[in-house]
Design a protein around this ligand. Structure first.
Ligand code: HEC
Length: 122
């Protein structure tokens, strides 16, 4: 290849490289943990809307524990199979919320993602 043929190539390469995203601030925004699911931002409202009618501070209707604090919900995920219980099919007598209907899959996915992200508080 002749040397003068190399210049347009180099020009293209440098233009291309100038367009890549190397700004540290915007790179940070792309990091997955920035969008991690947290209890305060994502999970608490799901539990409040669907579970605490029974799993109240003083549990009602035969519920064995309350689900009103971060520690209680985290503990239920780790030791009481919360994720399994909300993932069962409609009609399964163990499904939570008790008596159904099953939560929308997108809602279940948020709780599942919360666990994968490390059960963060906030
Ligand atoms: C209508 C009342 C009611 C609602 C609403 C309800 N639960 Fe329950 N829950 C119960 C009862 C009663 C039990 C105990 C019987 C059983 O295990 O099925 C229970 C048990 C559980 C258990 C098992 C606890 C253990 O240690 O065995 C989990 C986990 C649970 N519920 C999570 C939830 C979640 C999460 C929600 C909301 C999505 C929810 N529940 C909504 C009544 C309810």
């Amino acid at each position: 290849m002749k040397l003068q043929n190399l210049f347009p190539l180099l020009l293209c390469a440098s233009i291309f490289m100038a367009c890549t995203n190397d700004n540290p601030e915007t790179l940070m925004e792309d990091m997955p943990n920035d969008n991690a699911i947290t209890y305060q931002q994502n999970v608490k409202s799901i539990i409040d809307n669907n579970c605490i009618s029974c799993h109240a501070a003083t549990p009602r209707n035969g519920a064995p524990m309350s689900l009103v604090t971060y520690d209680q919900v985290k503990n239920a995920i780790q030791n009481r199979g919360l994720l399994n219980r909300i993932s069962l099919n409609n009609g399964n007598s163990l499904l939570m919320p008790q008596g159904g209907p099953r939560l929308p899959q997108a809602t279940i996915d948020i709780v599942s993602q919360w666990q994968q992200d490390g059960l963060l508080d906030q």
